[in-house]
Ligand binder design. Sequence first.
Ligand SMILES: *[C@@H]1O[C@H](CO)[C@@H](O)[C@H](O)[C@H]1NC(C)=O
Ligand SMILES: *[C@@H]1O[C@H](CO)[C@@H](O)[C@H](O)[C@H]1NC(C)=O
Ligand SMILES: *[C@@H]1O[C@H](CO)[C@@H](O)[C@H](O)[C@H]1NC(C)=O
Ligand SMILES: *[C@@H]1O[C@H](CO)[C@@H](O)[C@H](O)[C@H]1NC(C)=O
Ligand SMILES: *[C@@H]1O[C@H](CO)[C@@H](O)[C@H](O)[C@H]1NC(C)=O
Ligand SMILES: *[C@@H]1O[C@H](CO)[C@@H](O)[C@H](O)[C@H]1NC(C)=O
Ligand SMILES: *[C@@H]1O[C@H](CO)[C@@H](O)[C@H](O)[C@H]1NC(C)=O
Ligand SMILES: [Cu+2]
Length: 789
Amino acid sequence: MASFAKFWIAISASAVFLWFAFLASAPFLRHVDSYLEFLASTREVPEITPFQAPYRNVWADLSQQETDDLLGFLFDSPELNLTEASQATSRDNTLMQLGVLQPNKTDILCYLNGSAGLPERWAHVVVAQGVTEDACIVNYMVGPLPPNALTEIRPLKYIFNSGRNHVINPVPDQEDLLMWIIGELQGVSDITQKMLGTDVFASPDGLDIRAGAVYIGNRTLSAWFQFYRQDSSSDAGWLLPQGLYFKLQTATRDAANWKISQWYYNGLVYESASELREALKRPGFLLNPLNLNGPWTDTEDFGEGPPGRELPPPTMIQPSGPRFKIDHQQNFISWMGFEFFISTSQERGLSLHNIRFDSDTVIFEVGLQEALAHYAGDDPAQGALAFVDTLDNMGFHMRNLVPGYDCPAYATYLSASYHNGGASLTRKNSICVFEYTADHALRRHTSDEHVSISRNTYLVVRSVSTMGNYDFTIEYIFYLDGTIEVKLRASGFIWAAFHTPTLESAKRNEYGYRVHEALATSMHDHVLNFKADLDVAGTSNTFVRVGIQPATVEYPWDEEITTPRNTMHLVERAVEKEAGINWPAKSGEMYVVINDNSTNSWGEKRGYRITPGTGMGNPIHLSILNSTALRKSAEWAYKDLWLVKQKDTEPRSAEPLNYYVPQDPLVDFAKFVDDEDVVDEDLVIYFNLGSHHIPHSGDIPNTLMHTSASSVMFTPFNFHDRDASRRRVQGVKLELGDEETQARYFGGRHLEGVNLKETDLEPDLLKYGSERQIARNMSWIYNLIPREN
Ligand SMILES: *[C@@H]1O[C@H](CO)[C@@H](O)[C@H](O)[C@H]1NC(C)=O
Ligand SMILES: *[C@@H]1O[C@H](CO)[C@@H](O)[C@H](O)[C@H]1NC(C)=O
Ligand SMILES: *[C@@H]1O[C@H](CO)[C@@H](O)[C@H](O)[C@H]1NC(C)=O
Ligand SMILES: *[C@@H]1O[C@H](CO)[C@@H](O)[C@H](O)[C@H]1NC(C)=O
Ligand SMILES: *[C@@H]1O[C@H](CO)[C@@H](O)[C@H](O)[C@H]1NC(C)=O
Ligand SMILES: *[C@@H]1O[C@H](CO)[C@@H](O)[C@H](O)[C@H]1NC(C)=O
Ligand SMILES: *[C@@H]1O[C@H](CO)[C@@H](O)[C@H](O)[C@H]1NC(C)=O
Ligand SMILES: [Cu+2]
């Protein structure tokens, strides 16, 4: 095995990661890479008067103390029979991950209205069970958190409508399997040399393998793999697929039952390596061009550009510090009448809780549930790819944000900590919070006497999850009128396809476009599911569709016209049963969640409208019907939004481990929508963000964010007596007329106390060329650091 160990290192960390992005089960093999962070950016804003949340953050993930106490308890449990990750083999039981088990909403509401104390703290514990012959991944609930005489370990079932708390682990012995594959590929290096010009053992830029079509059966696994070039010179390995594929089949944990069964090249399937080898010897065997790396994959151009590129662009400043307040202990934020809590989960990233506006409840919980990318193509990789990214932990991969680029330099940066793979780790600066003033007004009006304009300033809470090739920027935006926007932007490297020029589908551009010598794009849908538990002025809500419809009406004042008047009107109807709903065609309807028992001063029911926001058109749902890859594991992907009744037993639409049991998922979202009444009920809206991504030459090297953005907005609708931004905006009213123009500022203005150096507004970039600046200590460190208390 010693020589294998060398190959193991030679095959590169990325090969290991990419493969396990699909088949992740051993956390120690997860993507702990050497991405760097900009420590110098840490910006703890000193609080002059400590700001305190009115309640405890009952949604917060486990603290270090809670984690330590819990670990002690778990490792003492004979039932779990855990082995420390550092000493474990795949035949032991190991702790995959730990996180808080969110308290039930019922208990939280009682705490918030004072009728009960703090909800009990429980943990959600995921164990990779390798001791038994049937390796499983098992979910437990453990609580009340130790130290507590009552702490117990229970199978966690109530949040899974399958009634099960475990899945069979399809690749329990990953390391053995990878070694085995490497051994097999060693035996065919003559083929890879001849067809791809190198082999998996070549250093530095040999071949990588990445899984495409994966079929998980009852203790069986079958997966097509594609060869990629490794890439030591840039980050662009994703753009270097090669045209050769092989199929791995395993049954049981015994290597005697593992085999490489088929090969695929140039549209043809070969039943074995020797069949392919024979074919290669035949005269006239067509070898396609190789897809080789070069400057074309570089994301940066450090060379010359158009005139002006070297000058500083405009930049925002925050002259008097943040205007929002944060309770850093409780992750509670208050800004301009908004109040909310933040929590992080290593699977799903950021969630916001108990969002109130001027003390009215608006959204009890909003957060990501799952991120799906579903591809199409006619090869065995692209043709069956479906990533569900919570499986590889969207929160854990919320990377360090770069001040001045990801968020304004003046933003407040927050960190998040997780327990994963036997260690407590902190992602520094993985969340940013800042105010920004848009380049356009929120409102304006000019008359003969006056012109009055209000600034559009909003608050952003942002994070970026980098899931292998792709970076998802997810943000929550708060506007001065009470609007809340959830926005997604995607960037990074596309998961590209090998361009096989002889195939008819390639000639027709059926799945994408040729973007380099031997590279094609492949169409895919990004569908990211979010939960929005709306509590519009309380929990008793109704979803109303307000149609904007043509009508023919006779009016008594219309005597001159002999036929009735063609016009339009509003037609309101409540949705009475749980349902999946698409955005209306031609924006012909408004969707409003109202509170039947709460009216404004004009007697109108108070509501919040749900509408596509500021992205590229309406957010999408999955184009594929009844996806073969997903089976029943992601039923939320098939409509734009869903309206269901809130239940403590249905806290999440998706579950990462669904990936392993697509036919019989732990959480089958379809079962949430079971015809229950939803009038005057506690409603939950699940909605999708995303896009049909049809990459073209402009996606090389990276996808751009302005065309990948999608958004949903929750905006007050008869919620107030008039526009609620009026009393919190800044603006100016100018008196017009013959006399000298007089300016009256409302909401404050920058007259005094703002002393900026010229260079604060326009930094002298020439300075950055000098030795002195280059010598500045930028303190780059690994982006994963041991958790601090
Ligand atoms: C506990 O796990 C070890 C391996 O880590 C195994 O040898 C032992 O049989 C297990 N004990 C029980 C009771 O399952
Ligand atoms: C939530 O409520 C369910 C019953 O609906 C119960 O089984 C479960 O233990 C509760 N969860 C927590 C964390 O208290
Ligand atoms: C507090 O909220 C709970 C859950 O909504 C409700 O059942 C209870 O009646 C409320 N109690 C008070 C005192 O408002
Ligand atoms: C899965 O296979 C095992 C034997 O390997 C068998 O005992 C079990 O019944 C099978 N389960 C299903 C659902 O087919
Ligand atoms: C809301 O109003 C309806 C009638 O409009 C009434 O039947 C119901 O009890 C009210 N609900 C609450 C929570 O006040
Ligand atoms: C989805 O596809 C599967 C497999 O082809 C089939 O068994 C099932 O009936 C289909 N379901 C629907 C709703 O079409
Ligand atoms: C740079 O800063 C880091 C942390 O602030 C410190 O540990 C390190 O020694 C510094 N390096 C130099 C060369 O000053
Ligand atoms: Cu994409």
